[in-house]
Each structure stands twice: as C-alpha cells, then as structure tokens.
Design a protein around this ligand. Structure first.
Ligand code: ADP
Ligand code: MG
Length: 698
C-alpha cells in the first residue's frame, strides 16, 4: 500500500526534486535566489526551466501556465503547450528560462481599475521562485506575480511579496539592535483555517439563488438548526469522510499540509486546517485548497459552498488567519523567550503588533470587506466589525505593570523596568481562549478571525505585514538614535501601551455593551459595511503608510479601491436581480397555484355542505393573497432601487446607494417570501427548503 510519505508533494517541484535534478551549481544559485531574493541569471533560469519541463513531462504534463491571482476571481491561468515544431515535421518539447521567468498573458479583461491604458493592455507575469511550481491535471503551474507594463501591480501576490519584504527589512533592523546578527531574514508565516459547507449537488441544482450567487436569497429557518450544537466536532458522516479523505490525498500530492478536519457549528459545515508556512506560499496554497475542495466535492456528488453566508439564520463561514513572525534560524519572534532579554525583544514585537492594529484598524477591516462578509461580521457568530485585540490575562498583567510602573505579580522586584535583568520571566499562556475576539494572541501567534471564507488571505496579510513593518520602523528609527538603548526601549514600550491600550479588549466581543464602549468610550472604529470601510482606504495616513513601506503606489491603491467597490456593487446587483426574477417567475406563480387548489378545495367542500366554515382554506387564502401582493410590490420596489443607482456620480456613492437603498429592499422582499414559504404546502414550493439542504448529505 502506498503511504502518505510516498506521495506527499509528488506533484511539486520542491526542494527535494530540485536537489535531485539540478546540478549543484544551479541548485546553489537558485537556492540563493529563493532564500535571499538575489536576481536569477538567465543561464540558471534556462537550466531550471529545462529540468522543470523534463520533470513535469515525466509526471504527465503537456502544458505549462503562469498561475496568478488577479484582483477578482480565484486564480487565473492560460495554458501554453511545451510543443514546438521541429524541422523534420515532428515536435520537440521545449521550455526556456525566459518562458519560466516571464509570461505575457493576454490579460486585458482582468480588472485593472484604470491602471492599464489600452496601449499597454497586456500585462506580464513574473515567476515567484519562493513558491514551488506544481502540476495540476496535465498542466505545470508556475506561481507568478502579475504586473502592467508600467510596473503597476495587477494582482495580489505582488503587494504581498512587497509587504513581506518591508516586514523583513524593519524586523532585521530591530533584531540587530538586540544583538541578533545571525538572522539572514525574517518572514511572516500563516496557517489559515478554512470553513465551508457541503451540500448535495441535487439540492444545489434545485436552487437558482445558490447557482447564480453562491448563497440562498430566500429560505425560512428550519425547525432544527444548530440549536443543539450536536454537529460541532460530532461524528463525520460517511459521505463527508470520503470527501475529506480524497481531498487530503489531493492536497498532500501538492505538498499542502492539510492537518485537522472537523465539523463546525452549523449543520453541513466543516473546517480544514493546514500546517502553517511562509505567507506567500500559504496564500497560494489556500487558493489551491479552495479550488480543489470544489473539484473533489463534485466527484462525490457534492457542492462545496465557500460563501460567507450561504444560509441566513445559520452560522456563516470564515477563515482564521494564524500569523506569526520568525527568523530563518527558526526563532518565532512572537514567542515569549527564555531569558529576560529575549522577553524584552518579544515585548517589543508584541507592541509593534498592538500599535499596528490600533493605528490601522481601518485597513484590517478593509482587508476583509466584501459583500459576502458583511452578512457575517457582527452577527453573533463571527467577530464584530470593530477591530480589537485579545492578549489574555498574563500578558495583560505584564503590560499593565509596565505601563504603571507598579510591581508585577510574578516578580519579587518592586518596579518593573525593561532591561537586561529586571524583566520578569513569563511563559506562554495558551490556556485561556477567547473565541469572540477579532484578533487574538494564542501563545506564539496572532489569530486574525475576521476573514471571510471565500476571501484570498493575501489582502489581510498585506495589511498586517505592512502595518507591523511601520510600527517597527518607528521603533528602529528611535532606537538606532538612542543614547541608552535600555531606557529608550523601556520608554517606547511604555508609550505604546499608554497610547494603544484602547485596542486591547479581553471580554466578550459579541456583547452589545462592548460595541458601545468601543465606539463611545474608546473611540474605536465601527466600520459596519464594505462601503463604510472602503471610504477610509484612501485616507492620508493609510496612503502615507502603504506608499512609505513601498507596498503600493497611490495609483495602485486607487485602482484597488475602484475594483473592490465595483466588485461589491456587482455582487449585490446580481443578487437583487436574481431575487426579482425568482420572486416573479418562480415564487409568486407557485403560491398562486397552491392558492388556486386551496380555493378549489373550499369550493368543492361548500358545494357539498354550504355551511362548512373552511377555516384552513380561508386563512391560507387570506394570508397568501396578502403575501403574493406584497411579493409583487416588493419586487417592483427592489427593481426600482436597482435602477435608481444609475444616478451615482462615482463608485463610492454607488456603493452607499446600494447599501442604503438596495439591500433594505432585498431584505423586505425576502421577509415576505419566507413568511409565505412556511404556510405553503411543501409540494408546491419551487425549491428545497433549508431543512432539505442542510441535512442533505448523509
Ligand atoms: P491552536 O491549538 O492554538 O489553535 P494549532 O497548533 O491547532 O494551535 O494551530 C492552529 C493553526 O495555527 C494551524 O493552522 C497552525 O498551522 C497555525 N499555526 C501554528 N503555529 C503557527 C505559527 N507560528 N505561525 C502561523 N501559524 C501557526
Ligand atoms: Mg482557530
């Protein structure tokens, strides 16, 4: 029998393969590029390309593609064959270093938010050698970044790599100040936990709302939902187990370390957690993971729903972005150290994150803002839209002691002062957990929990890396000039705690009282929706930080603003149009049919006995007549609201009009339909109910 270690990574051109198929010199040179970002010379690229092609062909590949992540959509690929005609009429299989390093997809239809003038409609893709090439089907996929000819980033990978570089630069400055000079680089790593729903293909096909929009736009709550909590960590059903088994196998072949899987809170909801890896690789892997989940589900007669809120009244799906920072020598910079000196360094990195999260609450919120995620955040199942941090009791006590200069409970010393010999030794505390915090410290990493299940994790990590790099820059600028390092360090940590402690909240984030305190007392931002959040994207401080860290140019930010809001508007408009169509074409006629039959029954009864009260028929006819009228009127009103947005002057205004006029009309239409659903006989209702769908997988 084949064991996992036999096939793990078998479809990846990873370090093991490189070592085996490249000459020592080429391997060393490529490794240098991967580890330290030195430019690759064309001779090396040619040798790598040739070896990669031979390896890929031996594994059944016939084509190659530069695999990239445009600003919308999941991933993009354009397949080119390795085949080149040879003079003798046959073909040879070719792949050059130039083709490996750079591609030119005809990408004029990818969103650019105005960055690409028509004369430079073609962008180019550039190989990211730090993320291994892999084979999908018969295609060798080469992870790449995607830019316009003017050099503007048109994808998510380019700014992500830039943000990692910014974080590396500033972290190394800080480490040097602490006397750490053996670290060549610092990288952030991520382990994203992915939630999803599995339903049968049969149910999916019967729901036009799911097919067109990825979520149900109508549907009354089932009599049994998640109230009993019996699904969470419960026994995995055989069909789901078979799906998970095949999914793991596919992921393992691609070198993706899928580790734990379990049922989630809602019926039909599950979670998959990978082992963490370097951020850009984790991002590539998460994109692949989402794609493969959907593919494998299809093979099992299932559909994998990645939407943030497929079912109203049932918990939605998110993604937990576990994030930390470590050196190439294997030191996790967010892990409390063994010695007081290491702890001082840990505290400084911790403070950098605290300051970053407070200063750039808006950017973090923006990084997870989509039409889908708006349905989830703040809905008592996911963190609120207010960004705050959870540190746990022990760390909190340490920070308080530093802030006030009061004795810390864990030390005999009277006053805490940071420095070589006065900092208390404290150990990591992973016992207390807070599930309601948007941004929680979990012992040696932070868990950012606001991401939606379908989001690329790139955006959140771009903001996180950049904002932390900015804090570290401020610290390094100050500390490098300091006459007395220890005093300056102590003052800076103290100042950070004083200035930013408002962002730290260890209580229940789902509590309404917290939202009130957060906004009214602490002055934290409550950016409830995507339009509210994006209205702050181009704020001067955000532009200054992101351009200062060389993560985006101002033009790139502007284009992203346009694209993300366009995406928001398009998503909601498609949903609104789908609702109007379904209400008129499917729902109202179905209710009428039922009404007609009920009326017929009443008439038939009365023909036999004129005095029969016909309570059931009368009630149904009265109520449903009222509902059908209301459905038609509400559908008209929704249609009008959609037409009304044409007067918007720009995309910002359009997004607010959609939020303020279209979404409420969608809710109104849905409400009546859901009322009608529960009193219409099941056989007449045109779609499967929530109960049918959520319990469809056996
Ligand atoms: P916990 O029990 O604290 O949730 P786990 O070990 O189960 O921790 O990890 C949860 C997720 O966090 C996993 O996806 C894991 O890979 C990831 N993770 C663990 N350590 C790190 C780290 N240092 N950096 C980034 N992610 C990490
Ligand atoms: Mg978690």
């Amino acid at each position: 029998m084949k064991t996992v270690s036999d096939y793990f990574g078998s479809l990846v051109f990873d370090d093991r393969v490189m070592k085996a198929v490249l000459s020592a010199k080429v391997y060393a040179s490529l490794k240098h590029t991967i580890d330290e970002g030195t430019p690759l010379d064309i001779g090396v690229a040619n040798a790598v390309a040739s070896a990669m092609k031979d390896w890929a062909i031996a594994h059944g590949a016939t084509h190659y593609t530069h695999w990239f992540q445009p600003l919308t959509g999941v991933t993009a690929e354009k397949h080119d064959s390795f085949i080149t005609p040879s003079p003798d009429g046959g073909v040879i299989m070719e792949f050059s270093g130039k083709e490996l390093i750079k591609g030119e997809p005809d990408a004029s239809s990818f969103p650019s938010g105005g960055l690409r003038a028509t004369f430079e409609a073609r962008g180019y893709t550039a190989w990211d050698p730090t993320s291994y090439a892999f084979i999908k089907g018969k295609v060798l996929c080469i992870p790449t970044a995607f830019c316009s000819y003017g050099g503007h980033a048109l994808d998510k990978k380019t700014p992500l790599l830039r943000s990692m570089e910014a974080l590396n630069r500033q972290s190394l400055r800080i480490l040097k100040l602490f006397g750490v000079d053996n670290a060549k680089y610092v990288r952030s790593s991520v382990g994203p936990e992915q939630e999803y729903f599995l339903i049968t293909k049969e149910m999916y096909d019967a729901r036009p709302d799911l097919r067109f929009t990825g979520r149900t736009l109508f549907g009354a709550k089932p009599p049994k939902g998640q109230e009993m909590d019996d699904h969470y960590f419960g026994v995995i059903k055989p069909k789901v187990a078979a799906f998970m088994e095949e999914l793991n196998e596919e992921l393992w072949k691609l070198g993706i370390l899928a580790k734990t899987e379990h049922n989630e809170v809602a019926p039909a909801q599950h979670e998959l957690a990978p082992i963490y890896t370097t951020t850009n690789i984790a991002t590539d892997h998460n994109q692949l993971m989402m794609e493969i989940m959907q593919k494998v589900a299809g093979r099992h007669g299932l559909v994998c729903l990645l939407h943030e809120k497929p079912f109203e009244g049932v918990n939605g799906s998110g993604k937990h972005n576990n994030w930390s920072l470590s050196t190439d020598t294997g030191v996790n910079l967010l892990s409390p150290g063994e010695t007081p000196y290491e702890n001082a360094q840990f505290l400084l990195f911790l403070c950098a994150v605290i300051k970053a999260v407070d200063d750039y609450q808006d950017l973090l919120r923006i990084s997870v803002a989509t039409a889908g995620n708006d349905h989830r955040l703040g809905a008592n199942e996911a963190p609120p839209a207010v960004v705050s941090m959870f540190l746990g009791d022990e760390l909190n006590a340490v920070l308080e002691a530093i802030e006030t200069g009061e004795p810390y409970k864990g030390t005999e010393r009277t006053v805490m002062k940071l420095g070589v010999d006065v900092l208390p030794k404290f150990t990591r505390d992973t016992t207390d957990r807070n599930r309601t915090s948007p941004f929680a410290f979990t012992g040696n990493k932070f868990e950012f929990r606001m991401l939606g299940s379908s989001n690329s994790i790139a955006c959140a990590n771009i903001m996180l890396n950049s904002a932390v790099a900015e804090s570290l820059k401020v610290y390094a600028d100050r500390l490098e000039e300091a006459e007395d390092f220890e005093t300056a360090l102590h003052e800076m940590i103290q100042k950070t705690i004083r200035d930013h402690k408002r962002i730290i909240f260890n209580g229940n984030g789902y509590d309404d009282a917290w939202i009130k305190e957060a906004t009214e007392v602490r002055g934290l931002m409550n950016l409830k929706t995507t339009p509210d959040a994006f209205a702050h994207f181009m704020d001067a401080k955000n532009v200054a930080m992101l351009t200062g860290q060389k993560v985006f140019t101002k033009e790139e930010m502007r284009s992203r603003y346009e694209i993300m809001l366009e995406n928001y508007c398009k998503t909601v408009i498609i949903e609104a149009n789908t609702m109007v169509r379904i209400a008129r074409k499917n729902i109202a006629p179905a209710i009428e049919l039922y009404l007609g039959d009920v009326a017929k029954a009443a008439n038939a009864k009365r023909a036999l006995a004129p005095d029969l009260p016909c309570v059931y028929e009368t009630r149904i006819i009265q109520k449903l007549s009222q509902y059908t009228d209301q459905i038609v009127l509400n559908a008209d009103a929704l249609e009008e609201a959609v037409e009304g947005i044409s007067v918007a002057k720009d995309i910002g205004e359009e997004s607010f009009m959609i939020k303020d006029t279209v979404l409420p009309k969608m809710d109104a239409l849905r409400q009546v339909v859901d009322l009608a659903e529960v009193i219409t006989a099941k056989t007449y209702w045109p779609f499967p109910s929530y109960g049918d769908i959520l319990f469809s997988v056996k």
